[in-house]
Write a protein that binds this ligand. Structure first.
Ligand SMILES: [Zn+2]
Length: 200
């Protein structure tokens, strides 16, 4: 798919890329599922999937304070990276939790999959918003903006508003499906192979 294919075969050079182009796992997202890390039972277990464009790009497993993340590794194979938590004092006797970057050891709240490894934004040379966009990034952004605009016209992003004509509705749904497919293609380069299952 020309400009879409990248993933772990991507060259380590060129313009800095934007964070939302890459598979990522964040502490806020994790907290939405497991509650606070602090109060997660030491013998508790929870596993989950991170999807982008409908494609599973990361699998994670939390057992007590032990987080393992499976992601796209070298040569398109999935690999598993253990992620350690750290905490700092946060006033009123509270603790602020962090994920330690597997590469630099720095405390971070998000880790990204790029170049076949899992690491923080700085290690992966990603920006929150890049000034010089690559074609692939621009494509992905355009797709997402367009999706947003189409969804805004529908109820709950999918249903037909009472006054909308059926022909208009069908056209929008078709467009939405095409856009979903475009995002799906963009993320396929980072997909966890479907025949691979994590060792946990
Ligand atoms: Zn790092």
């Amino acid at each position: 798919m020309g400009t879409w294919t990248s993933g772990n075969t991507e060259q380590r050079c060129g313009a800095r890329r934007c964070v939302d182009e890459f598979p990522h796992i964040t502490l806020p997202a994790l907290r939405l599922i497991v509650g606070s890390i602090e109060h997660f039972p030491l013998d508790g277990h929870q596993a989950g999937v991170v999807k982008m464009g409908g494609v599973p790009v990361m699998l994670w497993s939390l057992t007590g304070r032990c987080l393992k993340v499976a992601h796209n590794g070298p040569e398109g194979k999935a690999i598993e990276t253990p992620v350690h938590f750290d905490w700092t004092e946060a006033g009123f006797g509270g603790r602020r939790w962090w994920m330690r970057c597997p590469t630099s050891g720095e405390n971070r709240t998000a880790l990204y999959g790029r170049w076949g490894r899992l690491a923080c934004r700085e290690c992966q040379e990603l920006t929150y918003r890049s000034t010089r966009q690559t074609t692939r990034q621009r494509n992905l952004e355009q797709v997402r903006n367009r999706q947003e605009r189409v969804r805004c016209r529908l109820i709950d992003g999918w249903d037909k508003p009472p006054r909308m004509r059926w022909t208009t509705y069908r056209r929008l749904i078709e467009e939405l499906c095409a856009l979903d497919e475009a995002e799906h293609k963009a993320m396929r380069a980072y997909a966890i192979p479907s025949d691979w299952s994590p060792p946990w």
